[in-house]
Design a binder for this molecule. Structure first.
Ligand code: BJW
Ligand code: ZN
Length: 237
């Protein structure tokens, strides 16, 4: 793994930087990724795209809660890794840093990132299936039902086929189209619209850098591919 002189120079001079992260940025904290390797994203014999689906929310909400309660319980013990901390430091380093994550684990915030665009929601929030009131589960226990209307709650995360939080992708896309430098860290780049952000940045003239131990469908679009673990590569900047 080698960081080019061009990238070093750009990193020193850039004002507008976008960072898109995926599950791989949290892998070194102990969070299982969704794809590639092992049976980590399987719950009681169900692959994550079956249990984490809009259909399952309709069909068996208690089973969905069991899976998300289990994951929150597991996540509670985990801490950010050097990749999260390095990205948090970049807030001060650049005039405008836009951190966009597909992760729902809240580890960027735990590491000190103040503004995080969460494209796929947050596992520490519940949302009413009827009136959309949200409830924090960071300190509080999960309520049994909505206090406003009595309807059932679901995890406030974005499942396949569901809409992203209003405005989140649009805001990220504007920032991507204005960026000089775009890092794509720890994502398989298979899930859209998130995977479209680096394409937007590239089309607008940004220098796009991928940080991942594996190649992805985005690798060939990138100006530079830094092959390695996020927690080892990012602190080299
Ligand atoms: C490391 C590492 C280390 C390991 N360091 N790296 C256009 C084309 C085709 C399809 C679509 C399209 N537009 C929309 C769609 C449909 C769909 C989609 O994209 N499908 C594709 C799979 C084909 N998208 C949606 O449905 C989205 N909604 C939407 O578009 O709404 C509009 C709409 C409505 C109705 C119909 C059509 C459109 C919503 C997507 C929601 C994704 N939700 C999930 C689950 C969240 C809940 C839960 O956690 O249970 O979000 S899916 C899952 O994948 C999760 C992740 O955020 C997401 C992305 O995964 P990520 O982060 O990339 O992780 P992995 O595991 O895939 O990869 C890890 C990577 O890390 C690997 O590359 C490793 O090598 C690497 N790595 N160690 C650095 N140490
Ligand atoms: Zn309600």
């Amino acid at each position: 793994m080698h960081i080019s002189a061009e990238l070093r120079q750009l990193f020193a001079r850039a004002k507008r930087v976008v960072v898109l992260t995926g599950a791989g940025v949290s892998a070194e904290s102990g969070v299982p990724t969704f794809r590639g390797g092992g049976n980590t994203a399987v719950w009681k014999g169900m692959p994550f795209d079956v249990i984490s689906s809009a259909e399952m929310v309709e069909r068996d909400l208690p089973a969905v809660w069991e899976w998300f309660d289990y994951r929150r319980n597991f996540l509670q013990e985990l801490t950010p890794n050097p990749a999260h901390y390095e990205i948090a430091r970049w807030q001060e380093r650049f005039a405008e840093l836009t951190l966009v994550t597909q992760n729902i684990d809240g580890l960027h915030q735990k590491a000190g990132s103040l503004e995080v665009i969460e494209l796929h929601g947050n596992i520490w929030r519940a949302r009413c299936t009827a009136c959309r009131t949200t409830y924090s589960m960071v300190q509080e226990k999960r309520p049994d039902a909505c206090f406003e209307c009595g309807d059932s709650l679901r995890p406030d995360v974005v499942l396949f086929g569901e809409m992203l939080p209003p405005g989140a992708f649009e805001f990220a896309a504007v920032r991507a189209s204005q960026s000089e430098l775009c890092f794509v860290v720890g994502t398989s780049a298979l899930v859209y619209p998130a995977a479209g952000l680096p394409e937007i940045a590239k089309a607008a003239g940004a220098y796009v850098v991928e940080v991942n131990p594996e190649r992805t469908p985005l690798s060939s679009l990138c100006d530079e591919v830094l092959t390695g673990k996020a927690g080892e590569v990012l602190p080299l900047f």
